[in-house]
Design a protein around this ligand. Structure first.
Ligand code: HEM
Length: 133
């Protein structure tokens, strides 16, 4: 597995653990009300699991298994940019919403996530071709 895929998959697993823990806290809080403040974890739970886990795992495995040409994965810089942008975005948007930080924090997180998707597409697009072309 290439080094970037290791980073993606390890980060994805951390977000999976964190996202499930936050979900479990909210679930427990439904049966045994601990504090209404626990509901503030919902945006972080969603951010961790939908982007931090799912999208990150897909990018990590995609970088690994998409077709290589002459043994190369093409331009790796945009894929590395996708990794840093996605993680910055999840942190900014997740913490911004949970800690009720100013709106621009959440907006910049969302922009970083969108830029991560664009950067990954720039990397992956040339690798997506039919056999023999
Ligand atoms: C990949 C796995 C998961 C994803 C993508 C996910 C995603 C979500 C999303 C999008 C919501 C918001 C739903 C809404 O507002 O209608 C939500 C709510 C919630 N999730 Fe998860 N979740 C996952 C796993 C879990 C797990 C494992 C737990 C518990 C251990 C959990 C506990 C909760 C709770 C308690 C809520 C709040 C439900 C409510 O509004 O009453 N989630 N989750």
């Amino acid at each position: 597995m290439p080094r970037l895929s290791c980073w993606f998959v390890r980060a994805a697993l951390l977000y999976l653990a964190l996202g499930f823990t936050l979900g479990a806290l909210m679930l427990a809080n439904k049966g045994l009300p601990l504090s209404p403040a626990i509901w503030r974890l919902l945006p972080a739970h969603i951010e961790c699991l939908l982007l931090g886990w799912t999208v990150q795992l897909i990018m990590g495995i995609g970088f690994w298994i998409l077709p290589r040409f002459q043994g190369q994965r093409g331009h790796e810089a945009p894929a590395w940019a996708a990794f840093w942008l996605l993680n910055a975005g999840v942190l900014l948007a997740g913490l911004g919403a949970t800690l009720a930080l100013p709106g621009w924090v959440i907006v910049s997180g969302r922009l970083a996530e969108a830029a991560a998707v664009a950067a990954f597409a720039v990397h992956a697009w040339p690798r997506i071709k039919p056999v023999g072309v």
